[in-house]
Write a protein that binds this ligand. Structure first.
Ligand code: MG
Length: 203
């Protein structure tokens, strides 16, 4: 399986990191399978970064193989949603941005993609879905998919031009405003609407 992720998909977050930038198409990157962290296992801070940021994101799970999927039919290609954290070694990313290097190391390192259990998308309006992240009991990110620059269906149509999507692939759909660093002994909890999706420690 593969993990695809979208950068800069909420305009308030784009302005937070890249003032003035207006993406014309989704910014796509990938994380390897070894980035997955499941079952609320703790996230261990890596020794190669002084600044790892949380980015809480809605994640969709692909349920059918597809290539060149049209936006109109994209909703037939995913059946479940979850919540994840796109951990980012921000200090490394800032260095890479300066010299135009790819992001893989800062975004795809081991355990950089904690994900919750997945739940059926039925009954949820993915065009107006609220999700949030608490750090040590305090809400630090509040997102609503209504604020996405590119909708889930647009993202699927776009990425499937380049990558065949296969059952079980995951797509991280971008983070809202409010990203920030984690430190040892922080506790992160993520929610879709009122439902707690994950709860894990940073060690
Ligand atoms: Mg992200």
């Amino acid at each position: 399986m593969k993990i695809l992720a979208v950068g800069w998909n909420y305009s308030d977050h784009v302005q937070e990191l890249n003032p003035g930038l207006k993406p014309k198409s989704p910014v796509i990157f990938m994380k390897p399978e070894t980035a997955l962290l499941k079952d609320n296992k703790p996230f261990y801070l890596p020794d190669f970064s002084e600044r790892v940021d949380y980015e809480c994101e809605l994640v969709v799970r692909i349920s059918k193989m597809g290539k060149n999927i049209s936006e109109k039919f994209a909703n037939r290609y995913y059946d479940a949603i979850g919540l994840g954290v796109d951990f980012t070694a921000r200090d490394l990313q800032n260095e890479f941005k300066k010299i135009g290097s790819p992001w893989e190391i800062c975004k795809g390192f081991d355990n950089s993609a904690p994900v919750s259990e997945f739940i059926s998308k039925e009954g949820y309006d993915l065009k107006n879905l609220h999700f949030s992240l608490k750090k040590n009991g305090e809400v630090v990110q509040n997102g609503n998919t209504a604020d996405m620059v590119f909708s889930v269906d647009e993202i699927i149509a776009y990425v499937s031009r380049f990558f065949t999507l296969k059952t079980g692939d995951l797509i991280f759909t971008g983070t809202p405003v409010g990203v920030g660093p984690v430190k040892i002994n922080d506790h992160l909890e993520g929610f879709i609407e009122e439902k707690q999706m994950f709860s894990f420690d940073v060690l």
